[in-house]
Write a protein that binds this ligand. Structure first.
Ligand code: GLY
Length: 426
């Protein structure tokens, strides 16, 4: 099969890598890709969020199946255009992508279909924001409706701060049209975790469990980021827990989509909060794999990834073997100094390749400069992953490989996986 992966970050590098190990894949393409991906796939310039351009590219390359990595092309309708052209696509169309593209849509969807989520108000002006805040106490939860590249959720500690954020979104339009409508919801305390599943619209299959590390600094300090590291599977997650997630979150989501006549073939990412009493709340949906979660989940997926995705796109997910993972993966994000705030790019990268067995380096913010030198070009530069029979060994391998990568001002957390290794979770 000829496969096209859309996107060019660490997640897409992991997707391309997983496809490269499949016995049904003959040729891999990626748009736009990155220097790491280019070692495994033919990379093509282009904009994945342009449905017509992507359809023309995939037709020209005679692509059989497209896996859409990031959310923006899904929200833009790239999957719809490709399907209309007769190409198999992993990723929902515009309608299904609203689960991630609009918080107002997803909160109303959960309310309508009995999926547990915190109580909320949709606000369209400052008067409505005031009323919604008056009903609640600190910490407040304020979220922009639309896609905001991870910058649309706020946890202000005072009502005044919360009103300032609302006014910056509604009046100063700091997030553009993404902040035109606002969700104000109850704060839910507990342990956060990521559930990734794939569905063909009828069957849902859960990928290995994973845990992201969102804060920039060790000890969960510092600013929120896109994710500074992750590991998979989460040791305390057992079958009864996954069954509960399926029954309480995933199957009702699928039923809801069907009732609302929304076709959905792709990834369901449920960000969930586990309350101290064991009850589950859905914090958010995404309709793509997490980044950096994909970089640890896909390497431990024990089946043939190409076959699984092909079957999913054909509506045959129920027939796919779903072996239990035999290894742990732990990934450390190496970021540009200053990320997620201001940072410099263009620094030369020195990689001492293949020095540590059972490790992978997934590229995210890298490019070649005019001399062909590999340089930094983004906030998150690499995810360095170790794979081993235990989480502790996976961590040791990942950090040994981190020590073989050099670029100026590199920043990474030293404590990925520690809470789990110390038994502090669940
Ligand atoms: N790591 C969080 C996300 O992908 O949304």
């Amino acid at each position: 099969m000829r496969i096209m992966v859309l996107g060019g970050g660490g997640r897409e590098h992991a997707i391309v890598h997983a496809f490269s190990k499949s016995r049904i894949v003959t040729k891999l393409h990626c748009c736009p890709g990155n220097p790491g991906i280019s070692k495994l796939a033919a990379c093509h310039a282009g904009n994945p969020s342009d449905p017509f351009q992507m359809t023309a590219l995939c037709k020209r390359l005679d692509i059989d199946l497209v896996f859409i990595g990031p959310e923006a092309p899904l929200v833009a309708g790239t999957a719809d255009a490709l399907r209309d052209a007769g190409i198999l696509v992993m990723g929902p169309g515009k309608l299904g992508a609203q689960l991630e593209g609009s918080k107002v849509f997803s909160k109303n969807f959960m309310l309508k279909h009995g999926i547990p989520t915190s109580s909320f108000d949709c606000c369209h002006d400052l008067e409505e924001c005031k009323k919604a805040l008056d009903k609640r106490s600190a910490p407040y939860v304020v979220k922009a409706d639309g896609l905001a590249a991870g910058k649309g959720a706020f946890l202000p500690n005072t009502r005044e701060e919360a009103m300032t954020i609302c006014s910056m979104m509604l009046e100063d339009m700091i997030l553009g049209s993404a902040g035109r409508n606002i969700i104000i919801e109850d704060y839910v305390e507990g342990q956060e975790m990521t559930i990734l599943a794939i569905t063909d619209g009828e069957t849902v299959r859960i990928l290995p469990s994973s845990q992201d590390h969102k804060r920039a600094l060790d000890g969960d300090k510092g600013n929120n980021t896109g994710g500074m590291g992750a590991y998979s599977p989460v040791p305390w997650v057992d079958e009864p827990f996954m069954k509960k997630v399926e029954d309480v979150v995933l199957l009702p989501t699928l039923e809801g989509l069907k009732k609302d006549n929304i076709p959905f073939c792709g990834v369901i990412y449920a960000g969930i909060m586990i309350k101290p009493d064991g009850s589950l709340y859905v914090l958010e949906y995404n309709v793509r794999l997490g980044d950096p979660e994909a970089q640890v989940v896909l390497p431990v997926f024990a089946g043939d990834f190409g076959e699984a995705i092909f079957s999913c796109c054909k509506g045959d997910l129920a027939k796919v073997d779903w072996p239990v993972p035999e290894h742990f993966a732990l990934g450390v994000v190496m970021a540009s100094g200053g990320y997620p705030d201001k940072y410099q790019t263009g620094y030369e990268i020195v990689l001492r390749e293949e020095e540590v067995h059972d490790t992978y380096i997934y590229h995210a913010g890298t490019s070649h400069d005019y001399t062909g030198t590999l340089v930094t070009s983004g906030g998150r530069v690499f995810t360095v992953v170790g794979i081993a029979p235990t989480l502790k060994e996976a961590k040791d391998l990942a950090y040994r490989r981190v020590n073989t990568v050099y670029f100026r001002d590199a920043h990474y957390r030293k404590d990925i996986g520690d809470k789990s290794l110390k038994g502090e979770e669940k």
